[in-house]
Design a protein around this ligand. Sequence first.
Ligand SMILES: [Zn+2]
Length: 210
Amino acid sequence: MTLLLPSLNHLPPPGSGIDSFTCRPSLNGKYSLKHTIEALASPTPPAPWYQLVWNSLSIPRHWVILWLAVLNKLPTLDSNSMAYKHIPNHCTLCLSSGESLNHIFFSCSFTAPIWSYLQNACSFYTRSQWIDFIFWASRHWSSKSIANAINKLALSTSIYHIWAERNSRIFKDISSSQNSILFKITTSIRERLLPLSFKDGVAAQRVRHV
Ligand SMILES: [Zn+2]
């Protein structure tokens, strides 16, 4: 208060000047919707996995499932989801270990041959921990090359069909073979890639091998 009083003593008395309105976010003091929105918008940078999930080649329902998996929001049986309260926690794909995100995607003996095929076709390697792979892929597939776009497409398509198979077994009691799931995955990838033409030799080579 003692610091504030000298400043208050130098203020002009009320009524000695003309009151005016100044809009703070605007550079010139005038109201601007654009500057107001920019001031209100959060300046937080996008998450490191942003480019991994949002891929123009991927089918929207595929990247939605990948997005949920990256956020660890897919309701696996090891989660506390009320929907699975009466279902024992075992993997419906390989019928052995407890179901978790890490298990389904990279440790399950049922999905291992599917990942193995895609790794050879697309030249990428999975990890034992799902989150480790996400951070690795986010770093290494950050550029907008067509080869990276194909890797992201292969990842989102595979995650979707593996999760769909898991749901089909739990909720419909219908099972498909590994070859059948791999056929669905590769067919979906080819359907997205075949209308495109590739100047990149590496990309064209991957398209032929998927
Ligand atoms: Zn399993």
